[in-house]
Structures are given as structure tokens and as C-alpha cells.
Ligand binder design. Structure first.
Ligand code: NAG
Ligand code: NAG
Ligand code: NAG
Ligand code: NAG
Ligand code: NAG
Ligand code: NAG
Length: 466
């Protein structure tokens, strides 16, 4: 039946004087905003850096429990008879997207664990907007996309490939493609699959000699126009970055020469700096110590999974049993989760080398904490905590430095930011473990590449030396 309309792409440079042809083939970078950072509208100035770390740990714990529940529940058919996709709950990083013509600038959750791109949507400013999702407060930056204000809004028929690419869709009387997107914690959203023009502003400094920031314009992006939202979504929508056909990275890859690849460089929690989310050649991880490992076919839909073969600390090597080797690389979980047996060995080995009094953290979330009274954070983190080396499939060795394995939870306490998987069927490499690393996902090559990097300076990116 009706095939998808031909997707078109154009690179529009807003400044006429811009000598940015190199940029066109090169890719672009958007700001990747941690939800608790000063750049985020969710920023709480009353919360200290330590308080933010604890809040993130608490969210991780709640998320892991919800995920574990969803993976132990048989995936059940939705009322429409389709099987819904059960995926993680994203909520740690945000990004801006401009939708429609003229553009509506909206801040959305960026999620490496799901495919659908969706936004809160109305038809006509007099229409009732979908209420802010239950459990989340209204924010001044709440934006509802009004389809009647855009000249480029379109709908996707329910016989289209795009409609079939989603796991839980149905056809309404007008042949619109109705979707249901379910998240791991049971929250969900429904709406009508649509198409729109999206544009993304490149990072300042990304283009030498540009008067304004260049933009990447992508026409006819398939996205969900959500009119029903059930769950504590903190923002206006979700940008799926997983490797299904409907994710933003796949759609950009399908219609540009940028490829199906993205990378991020996460600035540490304790630094007031933005992180970067890169597409195209800027997502190539070319740092000298870059190591790549292959994505393994995952029984867990949508999640980027690699094989963890062993862990090396000092002179000890701990082999991971093959049936526990699935390691999900995730930006939306703060803490790292390891299977119990391995975690015990890691804790024992790390504890052997740290000569500080052991304490339990106030909130008793994290398993291994030390009293560091009288010491500077630098002296503890840089001198006392051993590197933890993750040996991944193909021999890639990713070295976790002290700041990737330990967080300071109050003035005098440092804790290991690693927890047991509990009922989760896989381990998770969380975002603390990925701080100050350039992490690149190449969906065409089926690899994830890691390199050490100073992520405090990657956004705005330095002027391209092209
Ligand atoms: C929006 O509402 C107007 C007026 O009711 C209607 O004519 C139009 O078809 C609607 N647009 C969409 C995309 O539903
Ligand atoms: C995704 O796209 C590829 C290539 O266009 C196609 O072969 C595949 O069937 C699509 N998958 C889905 C689920 O639509
Ligand atoms: C969506 O979430 C709401 C509120 O949690 C729930 O009542 C409803 O059953 C869910 N719908 C589906 C189809 O999962
Ligand atoms: C973070 O840095 C920005 C400038 O880069 C500054 O305007 C802002 O006040 C800083 N916020 C905090 C909490 O230090
Ligand atoms: C590692 O092994 C070497 C040689 O056997 C030894 O000298 C060193 O002390 C060991 N290091 C640790 C941290 O155990
Ligand atoms: C850490 O080592 C100390 C002794 O050095 C011991 O008392 C404590 O039980 C150890 N903790 C863990 C979690 O292994």
C-alpha cells in the first residue's frame, strides 16, 4: 500500500556568509543537558553537588527495580492486540529539538533505550493540551506542540512501513496510525504517528566564520504526536536514540550522509559544564586510546548491549560467567550494576587497597563507603582508589578511573557507585562510569567505542580546524 513519502534532507545555513561546507559532511553537536545541572530547568540550586549525586543514585535504584519488574513480567498484549515494547525509563539527559515550521523549540528527554520520538501535542491553541504528566510539576518551559501552527505537519497512514516499524500500533477510522508506547516502569503515552520538519542547532563554535549557528534540517521525521501521557515524564517528550528504524539516529542516518551513529561526552557531575551529543563524523571516537567492542544481539529489546568478559583490578582478574556477560551501556542510569558474585569480588579487591575507615552511607543505598574526613576529594580519588578495568568482547579494555567508580555523597563520605543487579537480567554501565569518556555508538558497524576525554570542554565544541 501507500509507501512512505520520500524523505528529503536539506542542510540550511542560516548565515549567508558562512563558509561551512566542511560542516555539511561533518555532522553536528547538540547540548546534552543533565537534568540536575545548572543548564536544566529542573536545576535545584538548593541541592548541593553531593545531594545531586544521591538523588541520581536514588532514581537509579527505583529505575532498576522497575526495570527488573518489567523484565520478569511476561510482555502482555495491549488492548489493540499488539505487543508493547518494554523499555527502560530514561530521564537523566535532556536535549533541545525544534519541531515544525515555524519551529517550536522544545526540551525533551534523550533516551538511548527506546526508539520512538514523541512530543506533547495539540491541534489548535484552543484545544486542551494534554495535562502535565501525573507526578511531575508544570515548568515554565513546558511546551506543547500545536500542529495547527505548523505548515509542515503531516500524518503517517496506518499501512505505512513506519507504522509497522512500531511494536504497538492500530488503525483508526481515518486510517491514522495510533501508537502506544510503554516504558519499563509502566508509564505510557498514546497518540498519532505523524511527520514533521525537525531542525537542530549546531554547537556554538562548531562552524568557523559563521555569523549564526548552522542548523541541520531534516524533513519528514516520523514522530509521535502524543495526546495522552500517563506517568511521571519530567518533560515535553522523549527523543529515542536506540537502534530501531524509528529512532532519531536511524532516521537521520536514513536521509543524510551522516550515518547511523552518535556519541556523547559526559561532563562530570561536579563540574558546571555542558555535555555534548554528536552526530555524523563528530561521533567518530578517534582519541588515541579508543577501544571498540561489538554490540551483541540482545534479548532485551532496544538496549545497547555488549559482552563483559572479565574485570581486572590491580593484579587480580575476575572472569565473568558467560551467562552473566550482558552489559547494557546506558546514559539514563547513573549507577553501574554488576551481578552479585562479580560485585562481591570487586568490592573485596577495591576494599583491600583502600586504607580508610569503612562507614555506611546515610541513605544506605551504596554498598561500599568510606569516611574521608580531613582529606581532599582529590587526594582520595586520585591516590587511593584503584583503576577498575572492564575487559569487553574482542579484548577492548575500558578503564574506569576513581571518578568513574566512586562518588562523594556528603562532605566526608565517598561511596562506590556500583550496585548488585538484583532481579535485573543484565549488568548496566551507568553514566557515572562514563563521565569524561567519549562514547560512540555506530549502528552500521555495530560497535561501541570508548576513549578517555576531557568532557568539560566539548560543548561548545572548539572551532573545527577544517
Ligand atoms: C485540526 O483541527 C482543524 C479544525 O477542527 C481541522 O480542520 C484539522 O483537520 C485538524 N488537523 C489535524 C491534523 O487533525
Ligand atoms: C528497518 O529498515 C530496514 C532497511 O530499510 C528494513 O529492512 C527493515 O525491515 C526495517 N525494520 C522494520 C521493523 O521496519
Ligand atoms: C497507561 O498508564 C495508565 C496509568 O498508569 C494505566 O492506567 C493504563 O492502563 C496504561 N495503559 C496501557 C495500555 O498500558
Ligand atoms: C554555570 O556556568 C554558567 C556559565 O557557563 C553560569 O552562568 C552559571 O551561573 C553557573 N552556575 C553555577 C551554579 O555555578
Ligand atoms: C602486583 O604484583 C606485583 C608482582 O607480583 C607486586 O610487586 C605488586 O605489589 C602487586 N600489586 C598489588 C597491588 O597487589
Ligand atoms: C573492608 O576491609 C576491612 C578491613 O580492612 C574489613 O573490616 C571490612 O569488612 C571490609 N569490607 C568489605 C565490604 O569487604
Amino acid at each position: 500500500m501507500a509507501g512512505q513519502a520520500l524523505l528529503l534532507v536539506a542542510f540550511v545555513l542560516t548565515a549567508q556568509l558562512c563558509g561551512c561546507t566542511a560542516y555539511v559532511g561533518g555532522g553536528f553537536s547538540v547540548e546534552f543537558i543533565h537534568r540536575d545541572s545548572p543548564k536544566s530547568p529542573l536545576y535545584d540550586p538548593k541541592l548541593t553537588v553531593h545531594g545531586r549525586v544521591l538523588a541520581a543514585a536514588q532514581r537509579s535504584t527505583a529505575q532498576a527495580a522497575a526495570l527488573a519488574r518489567s523484565y520478569t513480567t511476561i510482555v502482555s498484549p495491549s488492548p489493540e492486540g499488539a505487543v508493547s515494547e518494554i523499555i527502560s525509563r530514561p530521564f537523566e539527559y535532556l536535549m533541545y529539538v525544534n519541531i515544525g515550521t515555524p519551529g517550536t523549540r522544545t526540551l525533551a528527554v534523550a533516551d538511548t533505550g527506546s526508539n520512538l520520538v514523541w512530543f506533547r501535542c495539540v491541534n489548535g491553541s484552543s484545544a486542551d493540551p494534554p495535562p502535565p504528566a501525573s507526578g511531575s510539576d508544570a515548568h515554565p518551559e513546558d511546551v506543547v506542540f500545536d500542529v495547527s501552527s505548523s505548515a509542515t505537519y503531516g500524518r503517517v497512514g496506518c499501512n505505512s512501513g513506519a507504522c509497522h516499524a512500531l511494536p504497538a500500533t492500530s488503525c483508526d477510522a481515518s486510517s491514522n496510525c495510533n501508537y502506544l508506547q510503554t516504558y519499563g516502569d509502566g508509564s505510557n503515552t498514546t497518540g498519532i504517528l505523524s511527520t514533521e520538519t525537525f531542525f537542530f542547532e549546531d554547537a556554538p563554535g562548531g562552524c568557523v566564520g559563521c555569523r549564526d549557528r548552522p542548523q541541520l534540517v531534516v524533513h519528514e521525521v516520523n514522530f509521535g504526536c502524543s495526546t495522552s501521557i500517563n506517568g511521571p515524564f519530567p518533560w515535553n517528550g522523549v527523543v529515542g536514540l536506540a537502534d530501531g528504524n524509528m529512532s532519531l539516529v536511524s532516521q537521520i542516518g536514513a536521509v543524510t550522509s551522516l550515518g547511523r551513529r552518535f556519541s556523547y561526552c559526559l561532563a562530570p557531575y561536579n563540574v558546571n559544564a555542558s555535555s555534548a551529543l554528536n552526530f555524523g563524523s563528530r561521533a567518530d571516537v578517534t582519541e588515541v586510546d579508543a577501544v571498540s567492542t561489538v554490540l551483541v544481539p540482545s534479548p532485551f529489546e532496544s538496549l545497547y548491549t555488549v559482552a563483559l568478559e572479565s574485570v581486572e583490578i590491580s593484579n587480580s582478574t575476575f572472569t565473568v560467567p558467560p551467562d552473566q556477560s550482558h552489559l547494557v551501556v546506558d546514559s539514563g542510569t547513573s549507577i553501574t550494576y554488576l551481578h552479585e558474585g562479580l560485585l562481591d569480588q570487586v568490592v573485596e579487591e577495591v576494599n583491600r587497597t583502600i586504607k580508610l575507615p569503612q562507614v555506611s552511607s546515610t541513605e544506605r543505598i551504596l554498598p561500599l563507603c568510606y569516611d574521608a574526613t580531613g582529606m581532599t576529594e582529590e587526594s582520595i580519588l586520585e591516590k587511593m582508589i584503584p583503576d577498575v578495568k572492564l575487559v569487553m568482547g574482542g579484548g577492548a579494555v575500558v578503564t574506569l578511573k576513581a571518578r568513574n567508580t566512586f562518588v562523594q555523597v556528603d562532605q566526608v563520605t565517598v561511596c562506590m557507585a556500583v550496585l548488585p543487579v538484583g532481579d535485573l537480567p543484565f549488568a548496566i554501565l551507568g553514566n557515572v562510569a562514563q563521565q569524561n569518556m567519549h562514547v560512540g555508538y555506530d549502528l552500521d558497524k555495530r560497535t561501541i567505542t570508548f576513549a578517555t576525554a576531557d568532557c568539560t570542554t566539548t560543548y561548545p565544541s572548539p572551532p573545527a580546524s577544517l
